[in-house]
Design a protein around this ligand. Structure first.
Ligand SMILES: Nc1ncnc2c1ncn2[C@@H]1O[C@H](COP(=O)(O)OP(=O)(O)OP(=O)(O)O)[C@@H](O)[C@H]1O
Ligand SMILES: [Mg+2]
Length: 265
């Protein structure tokens, strides 16, 4: 597998970070995801779009085995991270989720201090040997999430006492703190106002330098602004996947066109 490289002409070749093939998901008898193949590139923001109930969140949760926590949910097919099968019985889902982090729709800080929200993951994964190292991880993660300046004087205050937009950035800091390689975000801005949304979008673009980011969004504008690749889901199938600019200007499938022009969904 190639590393991302710049050729002489400056053309980027991106590494495939995650590869999904023939993924099917069932909730009991409900067939929620039907034979989905997709490649998630490194250093790329991939947007998942599509009408409510089409399976975006379900498929996103397959990528870090979050569906394991839902009793009636059954996932089949292959999903690889850097060539390694993430559903292999030898893979520890907790370790996997440190590498493939997740940010949810509703900011969900732990009922702990701002510091402890970020320090928790590195602590349980043994990423810091000393308090000084832990302090450093916490500061770096809060800086990455563009919230350090707002919280540096109140690290002992509860995370739940922050504004919604700050809480979401705290949750991003928490996800970043375990040194992930992929960040999954399920409608991360839906509870935020336009200013906080703009901050998180800017952050997503920055995070792409270090990670591969997958974002579920209901906002076409957001998908167009933040992503380079877009996947359009409809009734559990992946209808179309490609360059965001192409999906939004010249989609191949009439269902994609109907959705982006507001005729379905
Ligand atoms: N925990 C669950 N138990 C049973 N069925 C579920 C569960 N979660 C999702 N489903 C079903 O799976 C299908 C896909 O749901 P999913 O939440 O993935 O859609 P979505 O595209 O994320 O929708 P939205 O845009 O509304 O968030 C739907 O039919 C839904 O009812
Ligand atoms: Mg959803």
């Amino acid at each position: 597998m190639n590393d991302m490289r710049l050729t002489e002409r400056g053309v980027e070749t991106k590494q495939i970070k995650m590869k999904a093939r023939g993924v099917e998901v069932f909730y009991g008898d409900t067939h929620a995801i039907k034979s989905v193949d997709v490649d998630i590139e490194d250093h790329t923001v991939t947007a998942f779009i599509g009408p409510s109930g089409c399976g975006k969140s379900t498929f996103l949760r397959c990528l870090n085995r979050m569906n394991d926590t839902i009793d009636i949910c059954r996932v089949t097919g292959d999903i690889h991270l850097d060539g390694e099968d993430i559903y292999d019985p030898r893979i520890d889902p907790v370790q996997l989720r440190a590498k493939v982090g997740m940010v949810f729709q509703k900011p969900n800080p732990f009922p702990k201090s701002i510091y402890d929200n970020v320090a928790y993951g590195p602590k349980i994964h043994g990423l810091a040997r000393t308090k000084a190292e832990l302090d450093e991880i916490v500061e770096k993660s809060l800086r990455r999430a563009a919230i350090w300046n707002e919280v540096k004087d109140r690290l002992d205050a509860p995370g739940t006492g922050l504004s919604g937009g700050q809480q979401q950035r705290l949750c991003i800091a928490r996800a970043v703190a375990t040194g992930p390689e992929v960040l999954l975000m399920d409608e991360p801005c839906s509870a935020l106002d336009p200013i906080a949304t703009a901050q998180v979008e800017e952050l997503i673009d920055e995070l792409r330098q270090s990670y591969s980011v997958v974002i579920v969004t209901h906002s076409m504008q957001q998908a167009a602004r933040v992503s380079q690749k877009t996947a359009f889901f409809h009734l559990g199938t992946l209808v179309e996947f490609g360059e965001t600019s192409k999906i939004f200007t010249n989609p191949e499938d009439p269902r994609t066109e109907s959705y982006i022009t507001g005729r379905i969904g």
